[in-house]
Design a protein around this ligand. Structure first.
Ligand SMILES: Nc1ncnc2c1ncn2[C@@H]1O[C@H](COP(=O)(O)OP(=O)(O)OP(=O)(O)O)[C@@H](O)[C@H]1O
Length: 317
């Protein structure tokens, strides 16, 4: 296996008595798209800032691209900070080009790259506009482009989707896929599960500074058993005899269904369960069904399950 692009070993950060990041261990392989997830205040930005050596951990080690400080390899890293902002008077192409020259590109190549990126990601018509004339979302897209124009091996984007409309969220998803297809490693933080679900090979979930999950999206899905939702007037108790059915509980049916005597049940089933067997069993036992839905838990369900009460209180979507 190739050397990891990034490793964190027992990394902690305290602010006074408060532990913002608590003994985090992490290893990110080259070419991965890695999501940092967690509710507000979980420690995502603090972790990212430590990776970039903007702040120092109180304990633990960080290795980035084979070096103990990201500062030594900053030309090989692209970074979109959480606090976004650009020089307002500069032209859009010039700002992207300027950031690329700061990271080692010559001016000619940087200008060429700026125009290429603006064209590819739908901002060509704004190339000669001043940054201050852009909407907030467009400005953010420009800043993302400025952070990647030097073709960094490792791209770290802190909350890149916040403030973007759905169309531009899709453009950004495509940009992240393009980076990955090019062999670049991408780490991004987000509260929005759907982006992580669609983009990431692996996820890190932290809450209150602690790692509560680190693994693939499939491993995350497997944490919560699959569910079958049934609606019927009939008795379902025999279903519990099926090996595939782990548990069954009644959940509130819609009021109009309740008025007709229809009850709703939620079955948790084994990971490899075949829903056809459950349907067959209902048929054989003359259970007449008003509804039969087989669903896999979403990442949202998994993470609410893992993070629990805190997530619900923190608007964790
Ligand atoms: N400079 C600081 N001084 C004191 N506490 C801090 C400082 N920076 C961060 N914290 C605290 O550390 C915790 C983690 O903050 P951090 O910004 O890393 O969270 P986050 O996961 O990025 O949250 P969000 O999703 O809201 O951006 C929070 O409780 C925050 O208040």
């Amino acid at each position: 296996m190739s050397t990891p692009v990034l490793t964190l070993t027992n990394v902690s950060k305290r602010y006074g008595d408060f532990t913002a990041v608590n003994e985090i261990n992490l290893s990110i392989p080259q070419g991965a798209v890695y999501g940092f997830l967690g509710p507000n205040g979980a420690g995502k930005t603090t972790t990212i800032r430590m990776i970039l050596d903007i702040i120092r951990p109180d304990s633990g080690q960080i290795e980035v691209l084979g070096h103990s400080s990201a500062m030594d390899v900053r030309h090989r890293i692209g970074y979109l900070p959480e606090e976004k902002g650009l020089y307002k008077k500069m032209k859009v192409w010039a700002i992207i080009s300027y950031f690329a020259t700061l990271k080692g590109l010559d001016r000619r190549t940087a200008k060429h790259k700026a125009f290429e990126l603006l064209e590819r990601y739908g901002l060509k018509d704004f190339a000669n506009n001043a940054v201050e004339s852009l909407s907030k979302g467009m400005g953010q897209k420009v800043q993302v482009l400025a952070s990647i124009a030097h073709d960094p091996e490792l791209v770290i984007l802190d909350e890149p989707f916040s403030g973007l409309d759905p169309v531009n969220q899709e453009v950004l998803e495509q940009l992240i896929r393009d980076l990955a297809a090019n062999g670049q490693t991408v780490i991004f933080s987000t509260h929005i599960m759907q982006h992580a679900e669609r983009l990431c090979e692996r996820l890190l979930l932290i809450t209150q500074g602690r790692k509560v999950f680190d693994g693939t999206v499939d491993q995350a899905h497997a944490i919560i058993p699959r569910r079958v939702v049934l609606e019927t007037r009939d008795d379902l108790s025999k279903l519990l005899q099926l090996e595939d059915v782990l548990s069954m509980q009644e959940t509130p049916a819609a009021p109009e269904d309740q008025a007709q005597g229809i009850r709703q049940w939620e079955l948790y089933v084994r990971e490899q369960a075949d829903p056809q067997n459950i349907l067959k069993h209902c048929f054989e036992n003359k259970v007449s069904l008003n509804r039969f839905d087989f669903t896999q838990a979403s990442l949202h369900d998994v993470f609410v399950h893992l993070v629990g009460k805190e997530a619900r209180e923190h608007n964790f979507r």
